[in-house]
Structure formats: structure tokens, C-alpha cells
Write a protein that binds this ligand. Structure first.
Ligand code: FES
Length: 93
């Protein structure tokens, strides 16, 4: 099972492959901010410090939103992120 490490709290969780990050945050009460939950507001931007390459590629729409929100590398929208392998992440500053 993939391991998710939420760096701000150090929480490390085992999650089922294919889990939606947003669902894990809600279930585990992680303090990850969300807004629209449909990929347009950018509130949920995260940096994948480890494991970016182990996630599905972002859609063109997600990339457009990310470009508006941050210039950091290896970012994803938390509301669009599906967990397929081990990742370590934190919200964008
Ligand atoms: S919550 Fe709005 S883009 Fe993810």
C-alpha cells in the first residue's frame, strides 16, 4: 500500500492505491486546505517533495490552474491528486 507523509504534521499514513488525496485528508482530518474541490481555485496546491513521478500526470486544466498559483516545481492540486505510490508532500507556501 502506498505511504502518504503529510510533512507539516509528520503524519505518515498507509492508503489504498488509487485513493484520492482529498478523501484521505477528510478521513484522517489532515489540515490541508481545500476550496472548490474541482480544480479551479488553487487553494489546495501541494508540493510533492517526494513521489511526484509516482502520480498520474496532471491534466491540461490542472496545469493551467497550477500555473496561476505557483512557480514551484512538482506541484499538484490536492483535489485532483490520486495516490498510486509513496509520496511526501506539503501545502505550497
Ligand atoms: S480545491 Fe480548488 S483547485 Fe483544489
Amino acid at each position: 500500500m502506498p505511504k502518504l507523509t503529510y510533512l507539516p504534521t509528520g503524519a505518515t499514513l498507509e492508503v489504498a492505491a488509487g485513493s484520492r488525496y482529498a478523501d484521505v485528508c477528510r478521513r484522517e482530518d489532515l489540515p490541508q486546505p481545500f476550496g472548490c474541490t474541482v480544480g479551479s481555485c488553487g487553494t489546495c496546491c501541494v508540493v510533492l517533495v517526494e513521489g511526484y513521478e509516482r502520480c498520474d500526470a496532471p491534466s491540461a486544466e490542472e496545469l493551467e490552474t497550477l500555473e496561476m498559483c505557483t512557480s514551484e516545481k512538482h506541484t499538484r492540486l490536492g483535489c485532483q491528486l490520486v495516490l498510486r505510490g509513496d509520496v511526501q508532500l506539503r501545502p505550497v507556501d
